[in-house]
Design a protein around this ligand. Structure first.
Ligand code: PLP
Length: 355
């Protein structure tokens, strides 16, 4: 068994994978594969309904919000958010905390003015800027809750006079979130919620309908709400596996319980990095992510041999993103503490054998 620290698509619970594999052959005893039944069948409608209910329950989604399962990944939401929310001639505020935030704001420029109200670009995004004022005359304020590539995470969400739009792709369901603080939450499923191919959108209904442009049906949140995420054929299998993952999360005690586990895992790993003279962290301590732990070696020449030892010990996916280098251990919900402890052991073993 490998210890999967990959950044995404990321690790899924073993029991979810087993159930998903069974459903490919015979879905719930129907004698049909989940891949070959109608999305309008009562069996699949039950899957979608349960997925929506689980999102509402796990995140205590208040009244007045819609939960959608769409396609196109978080990158499509970079464009759909401004398409639906930014009036022509209006402006939107962005917090630039990394490549994904940057890609999001570039898309918004197609629809209106973009004001980057703070950025940590000058330090290669090793911290979260905190000293900024959110302009009350902007249509929304866009943030990225967890910066997958750099290993930084917003530990507190801003109190904002305008709707907050948040890309939660790499920490969705990893910690408690007050949905009422947001106008729009979106997340590609493939890190903490399911496989690639489906994107979760939680949108506050009353922020819609304020732009005057015409929006094609598939790109219009309102059409998707009215169609119950089934305006066209939805990504049935990805929704099913996401539903199973959400069920798994609920059975574990929900978001509050997983948050504690995630804190334990992250603290263990950061402590090991700090106490091992061969390694060092790269981000501001107060902004360190509980999902993607980025670190480098004091001596960069030892990075290759360390990766080799990881490989030999079944530790996979720890190579850092090409724009940052070093290492990145993604410790998503489904990664057990035992895997983190295995990585810590390998770090110690490496240090002992290179003294
Ligand atoms: C924070 C964040 N946003 C957006 C994306 C892009 O997501 P997608 O590939 O679903 O478009 C990623 C992918 O890694 C991400 O980590």
């Amino acid at each position: 068994m490998k210890h999967n620290f990959g950044a995404g698509p990321g690790i899924l619970p073993q029991e979810v994978l087993k159930q998903a594999a069974e459903a490919v052959i015979d879905f719930n005893g129907t004698g049909l594969s989940l891949l070959e039944i109608s999305h309008r069948s009562k069996e699949f409608e039950a899957v979608l309904d349960e997925a929506v209910q689980l999102v509402k329950e796990l995140f205590s989604v208040p009244e007045g919000y819609s939960v959608l399962f769409l396609q196109g990944g978080a990158s499509t939401q970079f464009a759909l958010a401004p398409y639906n929310l930014l009036p022509s001639g209006g402006k939107a505020a962005y917090l630039e905390t990394g490549v994904w935030a940057n890609k999001a704001l570039k898309e918004a420029k197609y629809f209106g003015e973009v004001e980057v109200i703070a950025s940590s670009k000058e330090s290669n995004f090793t911290y979260i800027p905190k000293d900024y004022t959110i302009p009350a005359d902007a249509a929304y304020f866009h943030i990225t809750s967890n910066n997958t590539i750099y290993g930084t995470q917003l530990q507190e969400f801003p109190k904002s006079p305008i709707p907050v739009v948040c890309d939660m792709s790499s920490d969705i369901f990893s910690r408690k979130v007050n949905v009422a603080d947001f106008g729009l939450i979106y997340a590609g499923a493939q890190k903490n919620m399911g496989p690639a191919g489906v994107t979760l959108v939680i949108v506050k209904d009353d922020i819609l309908g304020k732009v005057d442009r015409k929006i094609p049906a598939m790109f219009n949140y309102q059409t998707q709400i009215e169609g119950g995420s089934m305006y066209n054929t939805p990504p049935c299998f990805a929704i099913y596996v996401s539903m199973l993952t959400l069920r798994w999360l609920k059975a574990k005690g929900g978001v509050a319980a997983i948050e504690q586990e995630n804190i334990t895992k992250a603290n263990a790993l950061y402590n090991a990095i700090e106490s091992n003279p061969f390694f060092k962290g790269v981000c501001a301590v107060e902004d360190r992510s509980h999902m993607n732990v980025c670190f480098v070696m004091e001596n960069p020449e030892l990075e290759k041999p360390f990766l080799k030892l990881c490989d030999e010990r079944g530790i996979v996916g720890v190579k850092g993103h090409r724009s940052v280098g070093g290492f990145r251990a993604s410790i998503y919900n489904a990664l057990p503490l035992s895997s983190v402890l295995a990585l810590i052991d390998v770090m110690q073993e490496f240090a002992d054998s290179n003294k």
